[in-house]
Ligand binder design. Sequence first.
Ligand code: ANZ
Ligand code: ZN
Length: 809
Amino acid sequence: MAYEAKNIEKKWQEIWDKNDYFEPKNDFSLPKKYILSMFPYPSGRIHMGHVRNYSIGDAISRYYRKIGYNVLHPIGFDSFGMPAENAAIKHKVHPKSWTYENIAYMKNELFSLGFSFSKKRILATSDPLYTKFEQEFFIKMYEKGLIYTKEANVNWCEQDQTVLANEQVEDGKCWRCGHEVVQKKMPGYYVKITAYADELLKELENLKGKWPNQVLTMQENWIGKSEGLEFKLILDEKSQEKSQENHISVFTTRADTIYGVSYIALSVDHKIVQNLINHSYLESKVIEKIKQIQNQTPRERQSADKEGYFLDIYVLHPLTKEKIPVWVANFVLSDYGSGAVMAVPAHDERDFEFANKYNLVIKKVIECESKLPYTQKSGKLIESSEFSGIECDIARDKIITYFENKKIGKRTINFKIRDWGVSRQRYWGAPIPMIKCEKCGIVPQKIENLPIILPEDIEITGEGNPLEKHPTWKECTCPKCGLKACKETDTLDTFFESSWYFARFASDEKTWQEKALDDPSMKYWMNVDQYIGGIEHAILHLLYARFFQKALRDLGYLTDNEPFDRLLTQGMVLKDGAKMSKSKGNVVDPDDIIKKYGADTARLFILFAAPPAKELEWNDDALEGAYRFICRLYDRAQNVKKGKPLELKQENLNKEEKYARLKVYEALKKSEEVYIQTFAFNTLIASCMEALNALSICKNEALEQEAFYIILNILEPIIPHVCFELSEQLFGCENFKILKLKEEVFVKDTLNLAVSINGKKRAEIEISSSANKDEILKMAKESVFKWIQDKNIVKEIYIEGKLVNLVIK
Ligand code: ANZ
Ligand code: ZN
């Protein structure tokens, strides 16, 4: 019988399915593991990145089941979003049918790879039942003040005709389509992620060692906590009159440089700038320039050449009372701190460049040898009145305290992270469950009326908001006053859906109809023990999900503080050095591999080709190699004696047999560390190959039997179909237990000793570990006979287990 992947794989997939092998058990007394790979977007077909992601998660899940854990390993589809609408425009299909056809196809592909997903807990985030509870969360958050509306400058993608959150703008471009993002003032709903900024930052600490450092650092920088001083600079009398304000607030992280301030820079959106424009104090040429800058994205402003205009107003320095000129400048961010900067050109790069360009005063206040700007945070203060001579770290604190004592400023913390804008002007998303009533204003839908679902008769042209253009959908009555009102026509950012799917998965599916999340399941299954997915979500999904966990905890739905205990970010799958992608035309279709070689070969290749966190370069030869390995394993198993393995007596084995058995047990030992700790599946597979090689020169039936029992067991989480098949053929059991390590196998019964003469190594001997000193010395002398035959040995030194040294004359 030769190896035939197709039949074997079909057979076992049916058996697993029939026996509900992969369903989590509702016995909450068992130890549990919740293993989750990020769910896919139903783009149409599974790609190699998915195969990698799910092969890793599957191997871990299968291992934990094997050692007695109750395992939750679910899958679903992140199924709202733009591509469905783009397909609708291009191919005239309805986004819903496009999506659900893709889901059906991809589900089949996933199960044909033998992934041990629960079938009862599959969900799609576009299901009305999912929308229902998502809208419930939205309303609960709104009522708690965690969601609010405001009109603000937003990132707008012309291509996708929709708003993007800050996290979804990468290098000034749309994360999805790569189109340049522009600024647009619009009303929208915002999630108050900033309310959790401190907690989101603090708890990164607890994730150290469990999440990749790179992800932790990216989140830390994104949250961007700065400690500093906020204080007011009073405008002189004439300037107050002109600007209609009496002061300017600034935020500085470098209070130690307070004596080096030589001008104040305002952002173009600062209230004072607007007031000066409104009262015609600025030249039309300047106003024109300011308008231009206002239309740029923050990023464009940052990368442009420094540019600004003197506003012909002055503030007084809070300590020296000197007059300081006020400028408007393009490099000052509108929505950070107070949108105004105390500029210290001697010690700040941007301030320096600006001062140079406009010939402004540059005043050095930290002692340094190097040329200006000197931006390091070390050195003693100079020209700083009573603070001169103090190290700047200490001075910074002293100056803040001084401001606080005089009640002219306060210690302040600023975060870079901004609230998450979730309104999208697209059709294929969860409707925002809010109503606009002329009398009552903005009113949430009633919980009992959820879900608010999408109309199916819709025209999608790619222009304008489809729900807004629908003739009747938005008509409704106000839940508060009963008058005619309007439904909100924006839908939710799809990251809203993926922020809580892991908790939904953990709920008993029998409760799915009635409630969002069921308590006993949340307490038992959450949080996710091992999460696996791409690094591209480092600050998008992974940050939103952490926020949701905390918000849902505070709304009483969940108890854990963090959603994901451990995180593995798998590396990309490359071909010819580039990421596999349709646009580059270098994709390998997993379906083709399954057809040609079978699912086990695909899985073995993907886990053997590289450690999971590293990039994986596609290699046809290695794929062939994986297939040949499975064929050989199968062929050799045909000659193994059938029946449960017998007890093996270590002392009855010869040298080669002992070595082969050692290799088998080494692989067994390694399996524990790999499946639980390192996930270096490639090294585990290599160990199994080594063991099989060592075994090939032995002719011991019982040893072979034991070895196959163990190796099939170790490899089963990686190549499950063939391992189930062979273990059934050989041992008549379908799911067998990992054997305990036998310590005697690891006891070496021979060891190698170096033999030196006058300290110089001349030979090596292999001795039995039970040999005594006399026997060892005798063997040692024989091994170096030609060097000592006509010499006198004056001293014989034996260092136990290490070496023999003969001193001769
Ligand atoms: C004076 C100073 C002197 C500053 C110096 C830096 C160096 P982080 O660390 O990112 O929080 N700043 C404050 N508000 C700003 C805004 N709206 N747009 C642009 N820059 C702004 O940055 C804080 C520092 O960035 C602050 O400290 C302020 O400049 C500037 F040698 O104040 B500093
Ligand atoms: Zn009303």
